[in-house]
Design a protein. Structure first.
Length: 279
């Protein structure tokens, strides 16, 4: 594939609208690169990435394995430093872990000795936030994801999909400005994954958090996102930004619509090798 960098362009607002535009831009990534040192020399994982995500927008990222999707997410989460460029959250550079960022990984990473409610409250305990209002909020969020009656259960008593709902709830408990999700449903079976897509859409419509969602599945990206960023093979760059103009809320049946199929096809055309991305 002849991939050339095509960074997402940011519209320059008039002077009187600068403050408003800054407020509306939740995530800003500018000329970001990441390199690693190895026995064979330097490995470039990401190269000159630029894009932005608006407040409340749901953006998905797709790309072949090894293109740097998870590396990008870790940089945005403050878990890795970038080599060049800058990533900002609401205008402030991301230089390390932050309290206003929530992260959901492929594995729920729940503590087996803590109940569901206690796992949800883990960020509250770690950040020493305290207070009964967080316990009440945790109970409200568990009700939102349909797990109110399981608050006293332990992780081993839950299904994979239920554990992932606990992980999503935990990521929301401290009211983060941004939710980063790294293939959160990749380990689930097809039917559970489909149900979790519907569940996540419902939660997002309810909470309207800014979400950056990484996935290998193009249909999943199109079903969930307002916009899909397409990455090249390593070194990862933003090749395209594809808008998804399918009305919400989206039902599973929407996957059979001409609009859905056309959007999926427009993304697949960037990948000439079969199997580069999951169907």
């Amino acid at each position: 594939m002849a991939a050339t960098s095509n960074p997402v362009q940011v519209e320059i607002a008039p002077a009187e609208d600068v403050a408003k535009s800054v407020t509306m831009e939740a995530i800003s990534v500018r000329e970001l690169s990441k390199g690693y040192s190895s026995r064979d020399g330097k490995v470039n994982a990401l190269q000159q990435i630029s894009f932005s995500v608006s407040e409340g927008e749901f953006v998905a990222i797709v790309g072949p394995s090894g293109c740097g999707k998870s590396t990008l997410l870790k940089i945005l989460a403050g878990l890795l430093p970038c080599s060049e460029g800058q990533a900002c959250l609401r205008g402030t550079p991301i230089t390390g872990p932050r309290r206003d960022i929530g992260v959901v990984f492929q594995s729920p990473v729940l503590l087996p000795w803590r109940s569901v409610l206690e796992n949800v409250l883990l960020p509250v305990d770690v950040q020493h936030l305290g207070g009964d209002r967080y316990r009440k909020l945790a109970e409200e969020l568990l009700s939102l994801v349909g797990l109110a009656e399981f608050s006293r259960c332990y992780p081993w008593e839950l299904s994979g999909g239920m554990q992932q709902r606990v992980a999503i709830t935990r990521a929301l408990i401290h009211d983060p400005a941004m939710l980063l999700m790294d293939e959160p449903f990749g380990a689930l079976d097809a039917m559970t994954r489909e149900q979790m897509n519907l569940e996540l859409q419902r939660i997002w419509l309810e909470r309207k958090k800014t979400v950056l969602f990484i996935t290998h599945s193009i249909p999943e990206a199109v079903f969930l996102a307002d916009r899909v960023l397409v990455m090249t093979p390593r070194p990862g760059r933003i090749l395209d930004a594809v808008p998804v103009e399918i009305p919400r809320p989206r039902r599973v049946e929407a996957m059979n619509s001409p609009e859905f199929c056309a959007t999926v096809s427009s993304i697949r055309r960037h990948f000439h090798v079969k199997g580069a991305l999951d169907a």
